[in-house]
Design a protein around this ligand. Structure first.
Ligand code: T4K
Length: 361
């Protein structure tokens, strides 16, 4: 049977509207819409409790969270990062006056390849900014060891990583700072939003000042800050959605396993490997043998109103406006052959089965 309604790569996970409205009533009564209001503070506490972490500050979005992290660590120079990411990782580095240096990826985990980092370190290197791609944990122990040896900071781009873990600990707890995204397309969302998770209280205080124009309590300005505040309306959505966090995560895992079981025996496809810790199963990427095969399958899916996405294509090191002359053959190759299948809470089993059928056709 033909598919009737368009199915996109994802759809926001949303609590019932009444539960969001209930929280909004309090916002209306108080008249406090922003500036570290009670719901923002509650969301921070609930996220910390849910993830078993400390020192979390929410903000406007994941891109600003990365910029806040760079500012808080007061670094200027070269930052070693991955080309297999969303452009925001690299634009954040550039907005903060630093230079991105691309390190190629491990072809199995699709994350930065720790074995290739040291060769890129120069006297100007100040930090490593790996990405936990699609929620799959990086080799945090290896990265930590390199950073310690060369006295570098580590900022994890954990935009996809809420709900992932390593050594039984939330993945967001690693590095000097982890920045995450709470965007509509993420496992847990506040429509737009993000958060920084700092290694200590001193850094957290600094991040809180940076997101509030650099002010301290005495209204002096003691940081190079900007406006990175989350509103009460966004926090209300986060609090409403929080109730469904575990259900959404479990559903992603179940659907991820359905895809994997159905497709794994087919030699045409390979899959991202989880070698360290546990993923949050938030994306389902399939790696094809060739770009031509990917395009042919994409066309068949589109004909049935099924719209997967080519995350991440092209490899960020090849964008015109980024930085010239840094080849990353593994990332460039995989970028051309990888497709993320529709994967979200309300995806029906009929829709998922149709996607599988078309892939196996
Ligand atoms: N670092 C990494 C590694 C990232 O992946 C990202 C963002 C960031 C940093 C920065 O975090 P933020 O500053 O964004 O918080 C999306 C997201 O906009 C972006 O957040 C995300 N990564 C990136 C991987 O994907 P698009 O251009 O694919 O979004 P869009 O609007 O095409 O959405 C995809 C599908 O989702 C649509 O086809 C339909 C559905 N959708 C989307 C939205 C926004 C909905 O159903 N409702 C919605 O409201 O970028």
């Amino acid at each position: 049977m033909d598919n009737q309604n368009p199915v996109f790569v994802t759809q926001p996970s949303l609590a019932p509207l009444e539960e969001f409205v209930e929280l909004l009533k309090g916002v209306w009564e108080r008249g406090i819409l922003t500036h570290n209001g009670p719901l923002v503070q509650r969301l921070e506490k609930e996220l910390e409790q849910k993830l078993g972490i400390e020192h979390l500050a929410v903000n406007t979005n994941g891109t600003i969270a990365l910029q806040m992290a760079i500012r808080a660590l007061e670094i200027k120079g070269e930052i070693i990062t991955t080309p297999f990411t969303w452009v925001a990782t690299v634009s954040a580095i550039k907005w903060e006056g630093c230079t991105p240096v691309f390190c190629d990826i491990d072809p199995e985990t699709l994350n930065i390849d720790p074995a290739k980092i040291e060769a890129l370190i120069t006297p100007n290197t100040v930090a490593i900014m790996p990405v936990h791609v699609f929620g799959t944990p990086c080799d945090v122990d290896a990265i930590d060891a390199i950073a310690k040896k060369h006295n570098l900071k580590v900022i994890y781009d954990g935009a996809h990583a809420i709900g992932s873990s390593v050594n039984g600990k939330s993945l967001l707890a690693y590095g000097d700072i982890t920045a995450t995204s709470l965007h509509a397309t993420k496992l847990f969302n506040t429509a737009e939003g993000g958060a920084c998770i700092a290694a200590n209280k001193e850094l957290l205080d600094k991040l809180n000042r940076i997101r509030f124009f650099g002010h301290n309590d005495a209204k002096d300005v003691i940081e190079d800050g900007f406006n990175g505040k989350m509103t009460e309306v966004h926090a209300a959505l986060g609090l409403a959605n929080m109730k469904y966090f575990d259900e959404v995560l479990a559903d992603r895992k179940a659907k991820y396993n359905i895809y994997l079981e159905a497709l794994k025996a087919n030699p045409k496809f390979t899959f991202q490997k989880v070698k360290h810790g546990e993923t949050n199963y938030s994306y389902f990427p399939v790696i094809f043998e060739t770009e031509e095969e990917l395009l042919a399958v994409e066309k068949k899916l589109n004909a049935q109103k099924l719209f997967p996405r080519r995350y991440f294509y092209p490899s960020v090191n090849t964008y015109t406006k980024i930085v010239e002359g840094q080849a990353c053959p593994v990332s460039e190759d995989i970028s051309k052959r990888i497709l993320c299948l529709p994967h979200y809470w309300k995806l029906t089993s009929d829709e998922q089965n149709l996607i599988i059928k078309i892939l196996l056709d």
